[in-house]
Design a protein around this ligand. Structure first.
Ligand SMILES: C[S@@+](CC[C@H](N)C(=O)[O-])C[C@H]1O[C@@H](n2cnc3c(N)ncnc32)[C@H](O)[C@@H]1O
Length: 278
C-alpha cells in the first residue's frame, strides 16, 4: 500500500473525510528527520497528528519537519517543526558516506540521491574533481569516499556549510584527498587542474562558467545543473555560446539528464558538457 493510502486508512475518523485526499503522498528522510514539502494548507491544523503518526510507523524517524522554502544564494532552508524532538541536527548515511547536517543551515536534497550514485559510477580512477558549490559535500563526498584514487577540491562560501564540510571530510577520513576551499567560487576556484567540474546550483552566471572552464586541465567534463519547465530539455545555450566565443575552446553538450521533478511545473536538469581546450 502506498504511503498516502496507509495514512488515509490510519487517520480515518481522526481528520475530516474531505481532507483525507489532501494528505501528503510522500516524505524524504535525512538521518532521523522526516521532511515534508508543500503540505496542503488545508491540513495545517492536522500536521502534528500526521507527524506523530509518521513517527509511530517509521522506526527510522524521530523528528518530523516541513520545509517551506529555500532562501538566498546560500540556499538556506526555511524549516518548521511538526512533531517529535525539537532539533534539526542529524547524521545521514548514504553510499558509505557520513553527512553531519543541520537542516536549518544547509540544503540536502534526497531527490539528488540518484545523481550522487550516478557520479560515483561515472567517475574514473585518478580523476581530480572540482565541486564549485560544495555545500557540506552533498555531491562530492560520496565520490571521494567510494573512489580511493580520486582527489576533490570543494569550494563553498557559506561559513556554516563550510564548517560542516570540514567536519564531514574528517568524519569520512578523506582529509588527504578532499581539499576544502572557503570563498566565492568566482575568485577561489583553482585553475588548470581538473578532469571534472560539478556545478550543482541553479543560478550559475557567465563568470562562474568561465571559472569552471579555467578549472579544467586540457579536457574534461562540466556537470551543469539548471531548472527548466517540464517537457523542456533546455540547455544553458547563451552561457555556453558566450564562453565558446570568448575562449575558443571546444564546448559540447553531450547529454541533458533529468535529475528530479523540482516543482509541479519545473524539472531539475543536468547538462553533461565536454570541454577540449587544445
Ligand atoms: C543548493 S546548494 C547545492 C549543494 C550541492 N552542490 C548539490 O547539488 O546538492 C548550493 C551551495 O552553493 C553555495 N554557493 C552558492 N554560490 C556560491 C559561490 N559564489 N561560491 C561558493 N559557494 C557558493 C551555497 O552556499 C550552497 O551551499
Amino acid at each position: 500500500m502506498k504511503f498516502k493510502e496507509k495514512l488515509q486508512e490510519s487517520l480515518k475518523g481522526t481528520i475530516p473525510k474531505d481532507l483525507l485526499k489532501k494528505l501528503p503522498s510522500g516524505y524524504s528522510v535525512i538521518g532521523e528527520i522526516a521532511v515534508f514539502r508543500h503540505l496542503n494548507p488545508k491540513i495545517s491544523a492536522y500536521k502534528r497528528t500526521i507527524g506523530e503518526h509518521l513517527i509511530s510507523i517509521d522506526p527510522q524517524v524521530k523528528i518530523v519537519v516541513e520545509q517551506l522554502d529555500t532562501v538566498s544564494s546560500y540556499r538556506k532552508p526555511v524549516i518548521e517543526h511538526v512533531a517529535g524532538e525539537k532539533r534539526t541536527q542529524t547524521i545521514h548515511k548514504e553510499f558509505n558516506t557520513i553527512f553531519n547536517i543541520d537542516l536549518v543551515m544547509v540544503t540536502f536534497s534526497s531527490g539528488n540521491k540518484n545523481e550522487r550514485n550516478h557520479l560515483v559510477q561515472t567517475v574514473s580512477d585518478n580523476e581530480v574533481i572540482c565541486d564549485m558549490f560544495a555545500c557540506i559535500g552533498n555531491l562530492s563526498l560520496p565520490i571521494v569516499v567510494n573512489k580511493p584514487s580520486v582527489r576533490i577540491y570543494g569550494v563553498e562560501w557559506n561559513q556554516r556549510a563550510f564548517d560542516f564540510l570540514k567536519q564531514n571530510i574528517e568524519a569520512n577520513k578523506v582529509d588527504e584527498r578532499y581539499f576544502p576551499i572557503y570563498g566565492d567560487n568566482r575568485k577561489s576556484t583553482p585553475k588548470n587542474f581538473a578532469t571534472r567540474v560539478l556545478m550543482g546550483y541553479f543560478d550559475i552566471d557567465c563568470n562562474q562558467f568561465r571559472c569552471a572552464l579555467e578549472a579544467i586541465e586540457n579536457q574534461g567534463w562540466i556537470h551543469y545543473h539548471s531548472i527548466a519547465p517540464r517537457g523542456n530539455l533546455e540547455q544553458p545555450q547563451e552561457i555556453i555560446e558566450q564562453a565558446r566565443n570568448e575562449s575558443g575552446y571546444k564546448i559540447e553538450v553531450k547529454e541533458i539528464r533529468q535529475i528530479k521533478k523540482y516543482s509541479p511545473r519545473l524539472n531539475h536538469l543536468c547538462s553533461d558538457i565536454f570541454v577540449e581546450k587544445y
